[in-house]
Write a protein that binds this ligand. Structure first.
Ligand code: ADP
Ligand code: ADP
Ligand code: SF4
Length: 578
């Protein structure tokens, strides 16, 4: 096979459009059935397709024609039916190691995990086929995967899997947190896990009533309560704050030993770096095909990912290299005031928020860090005037809330300013071109997030307030988001206040930092904005972490607790880069 033709019939529902697309195919025009119908499904005969690509334009993202690189001219491990997504190679768990997977959404990470876990039966690209263990052992002969499938065949591998979409759990289970966990508690360790994962207070709460961060920790508990020797965690830090992300990373690291291995898919690069021993990069074309790289050291693998070029495989998967630079601190004397607020208190039932006096300059980007439930959203809503009493007056504000509304409005009419004025700055880099004719309520979490980001950045305003823009975004989108926001603010001369839990994103984007302290759900105190170093020192002290810069990529890395660098930086009080 030299060419893949991928048709996503779920995205291609209009029969008239499908017939029109078929009529454009030059091979069909000569009388052959290159594009043909099976029932109402439009399919492509890969042996007849000449790869002209004419059909892809009107189909938007629903058809991909891919000429495969030389080394992939063998059958894939798995293909989702005729003209479905194709996956080449697999990551392999290793006892005693946390193996990380990094890659864009739609590149096959979940598919790979499902195959290893036995949830999806691989078919070597033959629709309807199911490969036996012996066939898999033969296919992977000479690689680590051979040994893994041999053990799987002998029943020596037992896998437990935390799925990606924890927000689906309330739809599948009814009852309390405890009811759910008791059912899966093969190890009889519920009390211990509830303690370690801080679930004791919510054991009697109804699953349908708990927050995203709580659901995530319940799902992790459910995964590790099963007796297994390989644990998979698909995006274990979504909805968690920085402190919880660090705790979960430590928790996952502590699971591995001589008999136990872990695979984790993660988009937060600082956390992935902290958690993983080895990393597989996944590349290819989202929605069309995915390839798993050889395992690399965590540090090296992330640097390779940022560089966009896989040397061993000789594959360039991104045109540009992503670099981080130490930016000089902003010179406050040269900044002009945009707005300021007096200290205020805001009570919401049993929660109290106390804000110290603060300000935002013109063309200032203020990052906001703090635990879940400590009042960040409340603070932003007060400034935006959604909670009345202390709103910033005389300012135009665009606000992207944490929880995003959707309706059956078309994306195009929801973001008219982005479409008409900022095609190059927003629509293109945020990948919205093919979403414009879709309805908001048909979008995935990540798609809706990008649409709202475009809306917020394109509106005429003086101040942008964004609550958790990195949520639901993949690693690649997070890496580009910082630049998109910075460039847009530069062009429009606006300022921004941005709440997020992805430390790499906050570090890249912020000129200054606001830090929240207190006791979640009881009281929160806002301090700052501080200059970046002072704010980070403040925050890192609170979570007992020190940062250094990687020599090669200049990205921030967390020092190992108790390492020489960690101790040294703590001694000198320079927790944020030495
Ligand atoms: P990732 O986890 O990297 O986001 P996935 O493994 O979930 O990627 O999906 C990879 C591709 O496979 C996507 O294009 C998705 O649409 C497709 N896909 C996933 N599950 C199925 C399925 N059951 N049937 C057909 N296609 C699927
Ligand atoms: P964060 O954004 O830091 O996660 P929030 O500002 O959303 O925190 O919430 C802080 C606390 O205030 C939480 O305990 C939350 O339950 C409570 N809270 C938020 N909104 C309301 C409201 N409208 N009424 C009562 N309590 C609220
Ligand atoms: Fe036909 Fe060209 Fe599309 Fe292949 S790429 S199916 S030849 S239109």
């Amino acid at each position: 096979m030299t060419r893949l033709a991928i048709v996503d019939n779920n995205k291609l529902k209009d029969m008239a459009l499908k017939k029109h697309i078929q009529s454009l195919c030059p091979v069909n025009r000569t009388g052959s059935d290159c594009m043909y119908f099976e029932g109402s499904k439009l399919l492509i005969d890969e042996a007849l397709c000449i790869g002209c690509g004419i059909c892809t334009k009107p189909a938007l993202e629903a058809i991909h024609i891919v000429n495969l690189p030389e080394e992939l001219k063998k059958e894939p491990v798995h293909r989702y039916g005729k003209n479905g997504f194709a996956l080449y190679s697999l990551p392999i768990p290793i006892n005693g190691k946390v193996v990380g997977i990094v890659g864009k959404n739609g590149i096959g990470k979940t598919t790979a995990l499902k195959i290893l876990a036995g949830i999806e039966k691989p078919n070597f690209g033959i629709p309807g086929a199911e490969a036996s263990y012996d066939e898999l052992i033969d296919y992977f002969k000479g690689s680590e995967a051979q040994g893994f499938f041999e053990k799987l065949k002998k029943g020596e591998v037992v896998i437990s899997y935390k799925p990606q979409q924890v927000d689906l759990i309330p739809k599948q289970y009814k009852g309390t947190v405890k009811d759910l966990l008791v059912k899966v508690d093969e190890k009889k360790e519920l009390d211990k896990m509830a303690e370690v994962l801080e679930l004791k207070e919510i054991l009697d709460h109804d699953i349908s009533k708990i927050s995203g961060g709580e659901l995530q920790r319940v799902a992790i508990a459910a995964c590790v309560l099963k007796k297994a020797n390989v644990y998979f965690f698909d995006e274990p830090t979504s909805f968690l704050d920085v402190k919880q992300r660090l705790k979960i990373s430590q928790f996952i690291r502590n699971l591995v030993n001589e008999e136990t291995g872990v695979i984790v898919v993660e988009h937060d690069l600082i956390i992935l770096d902290y958690m993983a021993d080895l990393i597989h990069l996944m590349y290819g074309k989202p929605g069309a095909f995915g390839v798993v790289s050889q395992p690399k050291s965590a540090k090296g693998g992330i640097n390779v990912y940022l560089s966009g070029f896989l040397k061993e495989e000789n594959v360039r998967f991104r045109d540009e290299t992503i670099k981080f630079e130490a930016r000089p601190p902003i010179d406050m004397k040269r900044m002009h005031l945009l707005t300021e607020w007096e200290g205020f208190k805001q009570k919401l039932e049993s929660f109290e928020l106390v804000a110290e006096k603060g300000n935002i300059y013109k063309q200032d980007i203020v990052g906001v860090l703090g635990e879940n439930g400590i009042g960040k959203t409340t603070f932003v809503r007060v400034l935006a005037g959604e909670i009345k009493g202390h709103e910033l007056e005389g300012l135009g504000i665009s606000y992207k809330p944490q929880y995003l509304d959707s309706s059956d409005e078309l994306v195009m009419s929801f973001i008219p300013l982005a479409v008409h004025k900022y095609d190059a700055q927003l629509v293109k880099p945020l990948g919205l071109k093919n979403l414009l004719m879709r309805k908001l309520n048909e979008l995935s979490g990540g798609e809706l997030q990008r649409v709202w980001i475009a809306k917020c950045l394109s509106e005429d305003s003086d101040l942008i307030l964004m609550d958790e823009p990195s949520a639901y975004l993949d690693v690649e989108q997070r890496l580009s988001l910082g630049k998109i926001i910075r460039d847009m603010l530069k062009i429009t001369g606006r300022s921004a206040l941005i709440v997020d839990h992805d430390l790499l994103f906050i570090d890249t984007i912020s000129d200054r930092l606001t830090v929240f302290e207190g006791k979640p759900a009881v009281h929160g105190k806002v301090t700052g904005p501080f200059p970046m170093e002072e704010g980070m020192n403040h925050f890192l002290d609170h979570i007992d972490v020190t940062f250094r810069r990687d020599e090669e990529s200049k990205r921030p890395r967390i020092n190992k607790l108790g390492s020489q660098k960690d101790k040294e930086q703590k001694r000198t009080g320079k927790l944020y880069y030495s």
